[in-house]
Ligand binder design. Structure first.
Ligand SMILES: [Zn+2]
Length: 740
């Protein structure tokens, strides 16, 4: 962002095995299967592994996980997919286990049938009533509803007026023609509704006759926001109506404004979200989007792939953007900020990190000094550090290719020694910078793993594809903030931003630049990130914890203290610390996870490194007698988190009965090769911290013998039948517990 050892024997690379990375949707399902086979089957009989992977195809079709978002970039190009959809809806849909795909209706083209095969539902959220190809769109939409695709319509129909790509010579505006009401009603009737088209704007007569608190007034009170409505009536007795209004004393004015139906849902204008102000912090949801989308798409009871949690603990990852590496610290007035971060933070907090540098700041031929290279080498060789590139010259805006924008702002920082470099060169920023870091700063086998986007973190697809082409992961952008200053879910970023065939993975929290008002103070501001950690954990765990800052945090005592406060807080929470690259692998697993319904259970496959399946508001347990590939479970809030093992397929059945067999309740380190037999339980644990592993389902107060590596010991399970093991985790620890 803008934006500006002692651990011998550790490999410094991630927990998960690397696999080939490819653009989104570029491989057909069958190719995907084969690639997974080869990467997983290292050293194992490939045929057996692949057969296991193909198991789901012998059963029912997978649960469709894609929500197709239709938007119109002529309405507000800047906001339509960048902000309103990815922020408002994507976070909620990701939490519900769904992925998003976008289609811009301003092209006048409908999504081709070939792109609909994996689509479970369609979400429309238009802001005006005109569209190129409006009639064809309405006919197409009705066809999708009749085929069984769920449709959630937010705000405007978006297609009440057909516009043509031909201008009226007198007005110089697009020619237009109103669409017949009967055609709009074909869509509404399919949803179990009637669209009466009357626009009711009589604020002083408008009265809300039914506001269901289970859906409405989620973040803001509807009564302060609704001043008009479009007349819509629910027609199906099975519909659930959450908001009704009428004009006082006017006959036939009663309207149903927020309705979920067996075919989808409808939320009229100004009933879903309040965004009628440019102050983003004043915006917010009017309806409960979790309930609304769950009902609209009928996904409440589904198993949901979850990217926030691993083995029952919340994921924690840390990364540093390279800005301010050489800044002289106010703390001793001689050390560089990077030296302070090295001594005071990175040597003290040895959880996995990704640390990046900006080449122009390190190279002495540019703005680096004689200490920059040796200090960078010392930092980057730490074994709990993986390496990122933060660009060559650190563009502030990836969409402005020239040095100066219209308002005179520098797109590229003015660095005297690189004055010849004027326009952003994507290859130089991403590929050259990574090679430079590999060659000048790293010792084999360490290499740059992640490109950490710079500045506004707004790469166009043309730039986003480069990390994919050269085998790097990518991260940054997101800027989640959800606290008293920004008290709305609108401030919480989704998992990723999708641009054509490529995915930009977003950070899970904001960095100190934002909390210090762009580094103008108060310099202790970063402490406030803890409030967001808390608000995104309860009542729903919406994101991992992400410690994210720049080297310039080493410049001030207040900012350094804030960092320590944040590290200390996160390490006291139930967490599992991952390298950012491993977190991105989890996120990739969210994309690829396949779930097949088989009888009363599910087969989960292609989940890669995503190892958590969540159920919400369900008082059940995994049925270990029927399930396979499940190591355990725990509860957080109203949700049940199920921990998958490292095998390629998992069979999951649920039961009402609490299990009476040993299982993993939680672990802060990676668990591999989980193997439970009648008389013993064995597994491997791998991590960078003191391991804390809770095994449940044992006999209360019974003493159990166990072996960790070469150490034999015994310990008594507590009154709940939970055995808690604590030990210093090394690369791999073999653990064996006797169940006799
Ligand atoms: Zn930066």
């Amino acid at each position: 962002m803008l934006l500006r050892n002692p651990l011998a024997g550790r490999s410094g690379h991630g927990f998960f095995e690397e696999k080939e990375r490819r653009p989104r949707g570029s491989a057909k399902a069958s190719q995907g299967l084969l690639i997974t086979c080869f990467s997983i089957a290292r050293g194992l009989p490939i045929i057996i592994m692949c057969f296991a992977l193909f198991v789901p195809s012998l059963h029912a079709a997978p649960l469709k996980r894609t929500i197709l978002v239709l938007h119109d970039s002529t309405e507000d190009a800047e906001e339509s997919d960048e902000f309103r959809f990815t922020r408002y809806s994507a976070l909620v849909l990701n939490h519900l286990g769904m992925k998003m795909r976008f289609h811009d209706m301003s092209t006048g083209l409908l999504p081709p049938d070939s792109k609909l095969e994996d689509v479970h539902g369609i979400l429309t959220w238009f802001k005006d009533d005109v569209m190129f190809g409006a009639e064809a769109y309405l006919k197409w939409l009705k066809k999708q509803i009749d085929k069984g695709t769920k449709v959630a319509m937010m705000e405007e129909v978006g297609a009440e007026v057909e516009i043509f790509r031909e201008k009226d010579p007198q007005t110089n505006k697009w020619k237009e023609k109103p669409v017949k009401l009967s055609l709009i009603n074909e869509v509404f009737n399919s949803l179990g509704l009637e669209f009466k088209a009357n626009f009711m704007k009589k604020t002083f007569l408008l009265e809300l006759t039914h506001v269901d608190p289970s859906m409405m007034n989620f973040e803001r009170d509807i009564k302060f926001h609704l001043t008009s409505y479009i007349h819509v009536v629910s027609k199906n007795p099975k519909n659930k109506i959450y908001l009704k209004a009428q004009l006082k004393g006017r006959e036939n004015s009663a309207t149903d404004l927020v309705v979920t139906t067996p075919q989808g849902a409808y939320a009229g204008p100004d009933t879903a979200a309040f965004d009628g102000t440019s102050d983003l912090k004043q915006q917010g949801w009017l309806l409960n989007p979790f309930t609304f989308f769950s009902e609209a798409f009928e996904i409440e009871d589904r198993p949901k792939p979850d990217y926030t949690t691993l083995y029952g603990n919340r994921i924690l990852y840390a990364h540093i953007d390279g800005d301010g590496f050489n800044n002289i610290s106010h703390i001793d007035r001689k050390s560089m900020s990077s030296e302070i971060i090295y001594e005071k933070i990175l040597k003290k907090y040895t959880i996995p990190h990704s640390v990046s540098v900006v080449v122009a700041e390190i190279d002495p031929k540019l703005t680096g000094n004689e200490k920059s290279i040796p200090v960078a080498r010392d930092i980057l060789k730490l074994s709990h550090i993986e390496v990122g590139s933060h660009g060559y010259a650190h563009p502030f805006d990836w969409k402005v290719k020239k040095t100066k924008t219209k308002d005179g702002y520098n797109a590229i920082p003015q660095m005297h020694d690189i004055h010849k470099y004027k326009d952003i060169d994507f290859r130089k920023e991403i590929e050259f910078s990574s090679h430079w870091i590999n060659e000048k700063l790293l010792e084999v086998p360490k290499k740059v793993k992640i490109f950490q986007w710079t500045g506004s973190c707004n790469p166009p697809e043309e730039a986003l594809k480069i990390p994919y082409e050269i085998g790097l992961l990518n991260l940054n952008g997101g800027d989640t903030q959800f606290d008293a200053n920004w008290p709305t879910l609108f401030g919480v970023a989704p998992l990723a931003s999708i641009k054509g065939h490529y995915i930009q993975y977003l950070t899970s929290n904001s960095n100190e630049n934002i909390y210090t008002n762009k580094w103008q103070g108060p310099f202790s501001g970063y402490k406030k990130v803890i409030e967001t950690f808390q608000n995104t954990d309860k009542p729903k765990r919406l994101s991992p914890m992400n410690i994210y800052y720049h080297f310039y945090s080493g410049e001030r005592l207040a900012s350094l203290n804030a960092l320590e406060t944040v590290y200390d807080y996160t390490l006291k929470q139930n967490h599992v610390a991952l390298f950012p690259s491993d977190y991105i692998h989890v996120a990739e697993g969210f994309e690829s996870t396949r779930i097949d319904k088989v009888g009363a259970g599910w087969i989960i496959s292609h989940n890669g490194n995503l190892r958590t399946i969540r159920f919400d508001a369900l008082k059940k347990y995994p049925d270990f007698t029927k399930s396979q590939g499940i190591v355990g479970f725990n509860h957080h809030g109203d949700s049940l988190y199920i921990h998958l093992d490292d095998s390629p397929t998992h069979t999951l059945f649920l039961t009402n009965k609490k299990p009476l067999t040993p299982y993993l309740q939680s672990s802060n380190v990676m668990i591999k090769n989980w193997n439970k037999k009648e008389n013993q339980l064995s597994f491997e644990a791998q991590g960078y911290e003191t391991a804390t592993i809770h095994i449940a389902g044992l006999r209360p107060d019974k003493k159990y013998d166990y072996v960790i590596g070469k150490i034999k010991a015994s310990k008594t399970a507590n009154k709940e039948g939970i055995l808690s093991l604590k030990f210093a985790a090394k690369d791999t620890n073999n653990i064996l517990i006797s169940l006799k």
